[in-house]
Design a binder for this molecule. Sequence first.
Ligand code: ADP
Ligand code: MG
Length: 243
Amino acid sequence: MSLLELKSIVVRYGEIEAVDGVSLVVEAGEVVTLLGSNGAGKSTTLRAISGLAKPASGDILLEGQSIVGLRPEEIVRRGIAQVPEGRRVFPGLSVRENIMLGASNRRGLKKSEIRREADEMFDLFPDIRRFADALGWTLSGGQQQMVAVARGLMAKPRILLLDEPSLGLAPVIVQAVFAIIAEIRRRGTTVLLVEQNARMGLSVADRGYVLETGKLVLSGTPTQLWSNEEIRAAYLGGRAAVA
Ligand SMILES: Nc1ncnc2c1ncn2[C@@H]1O[C@H](COP(=O)(O)OP(=O)(O)O)[C@@H](O)[C@H]1O
Ligand SMILES: [Mg+2]
């Protein structure tokens, strides 16, 4: 049984079919990348998984159990944490407080334990350790992305959903963020990663799916996807990315 399975998911915004019959699986221990250009339906797919968007039809199974219709808090409690697009670090809270918020789904934890775990997070994110007491707004984009990922990990998820962690970051920072994703996988957390940056997205992935205007058009290992001429042209730098 797969850890996560989407079966013919459809999500509409009014007339717009943002996600149009998407089926995919994520096995335990994998990093799976969902590629696609702007507006392809990547974020909506993640929002459907985390309960923030309601599918018009289809099913989403976590270890074989449907999670469609559950409240987002309940979905987090069952082990799916999402790091949303755009980072959303609380500007007036300290970095440590931002990270601690990620544990709010875990009942019966003392604040002191949460604080200790948040401080342990800095082993994985040494670049932000020195900002533990700094306010969120003082951080750079890359540092905020690290805070957002650390907050997601504080939920101790079985599967972490990452929505375009490289967006708007300088190349060297993107490298650092992807090194962390590789380390997260090494530590045993399953990751479903959404990316427009196919090169980086596939560099850490076991498998990938390509989404175009709400429909999956291709899937395979990174090697298989790289060897597809059309995909390479559209997403991997052969010509300008599809708008
Ligand atoms: N809240 C919304 N209301 C109406 N349309 C939306 C909303 N969010 C996304 N869309 C539309 O749904 C489609 C898919 O969007 P999205 O899932 O954000 O794509 P991606 O993350 O791949 O860029 C786009 O056409 C977008 O304009
Ligand atoms: Mg998006």
